[in-house]
Design a protein around this ligand. Structure first.
Ligand code: NDP
Length: 291
């Protein structure tokens, strides 16, 4: 039997509808419009598309969005200066620095100076630390969205073996942290694989939940998937002008119990979670926590 296709677009739309309602209620109670400011340095076409999608989603949810576009030759000092100004601007609740930054700018140096309360991507070490300690302020958007997708399948995650392919700071590592927390949509036994992992195929084959985030087109093939596993494909790869994931979708869907498509899977959920975090940031920064 073919797997359930986890429709990230539809799931994201229902989250965004709920968030729009919460934004309206928050606005009525506080007179505050949540405000996300995104910074885009350079002219990477994929980044420009991501930022535009985020802006559009904000507008639809009643969240103010500002995009600051800077030329590729922007210096690190200029970018630091801008982030510091946004940190001090009380009308801005969320700051998003679109990655990757041009090579001459140290990404860590920039992400480290974002006010942790405005860090809606949850990349700041303070927010990462809070996640590791099991008392998160914000959850990183992609892993947060993936957790919601797994929850949507109604599969019990407690005690299950989740194998994560990729150990990046923005997907792999925080994903592992979320899945080993106590509670609903977590309590899993987690293995993280990376480019130095031995016996990777065997490890993946033992997974009840596979999360592929390595940026290798169609790397996960049907023979690596245990029948009935949930397969989450985070990868976005451009092959001959087409978007493909890290999973060989057509064959794997015949083995898995549920699978996310690319496009239309994890990407839209990432954006919904960004909106959720921006509303949370507006609540925290304005002290309106109850509405
Ligand atoms: P990174 O490039 O930062 O990390 C890739 C990871 O994959 C590394 O840990 C690397 O190992 C590992 N890896 C690479 N090749 C192999 C291999 N052959 N076998 C095992 N491990 C391997 O990636 P990101 O986490 O930033 O992104 C991963 C993918 O997800 C990309 O395609 C990206 O475009 C996509 N993405 C999608 C998002 C969405 O919203 N849908 C959001 C973020 C990312 P090592 O550490 O040893 O080098």
């Amino acid at each position: 039997m073919s797997a359930e296709i986890i429709d990230g677009k539809a799931l994201s739309a229902s989250f965004r509808e709920q968030i729009a309602q919460e934004v309206a209620e928050f606005n009525t109670a506080s007179q505050v419009v949540p405000h996300l400011t995104a910074i885009l340095v350079g002219d990477d076409p994929a980044s420009a598309v991501y930022v535009r999608n985020k802006e559009r989603a904000c507008e639809k949810a009643g969240i103010q969005s500002t995009l600051i576009r800077l030329p590729v030759e922007t210096t690190q000092a200029e970018l630091i200066d801008l982030v510091q100004r946004l940190n001090a601007d009380s009308s801005v609740h969320g700051i998003l620095v679109q990655l990757p930054l041009p090579k001459h700018i140290n990404e860590t140096a920039i992400l480290d100076i974002v006010n942790p309360l405005k860090d809606v991507d949850a990349f700041h070490p303070e927010n990462v630390g809070l996640i590791v300690q099991g008392r998160p302020r914000y959850l990183p958007c992609t892993p947060y969205g993936i957790q919601q997708m797994i929850l949507s399948t109604k599969m019990e995650t407690g005690g299950k073996h989740a194998v994560i392919l990729g150990r990046s700071e923005i997907v792999g590592k925080p994903m592992a942290m979320l899945l080993i927390q106590r509670g609903v949509g977590a309590d899993a036994t987690v293995t993280i694989c990376h480019s130095r992992t031995q016996n990777l195929k065997e490890i993946v084959r033992s997974a009840d939940i596979i999360i592929a985030a390595i940026g290798q087109p169609e790397f996960v093939t049907a023979d690596m998937v245990k029948p009935g596993a949930i397969v989450i494909d985070v990868g976005i790869n451009r092959v001959d002008g087409k978007l493909v994931g890290d999973v060989a979708f057509e064959s794997v869907k015949e083995v898995a119990s549920a699978i996310t498509p690319v496009p239309g899977g994890v990407g839209p959920m990432t954006i919904a979670m960004l909106l959720k975090n921006t509303l949370a940031a507006a609540r925290i920064l304005t002290g309106n926590l109850s509405n």
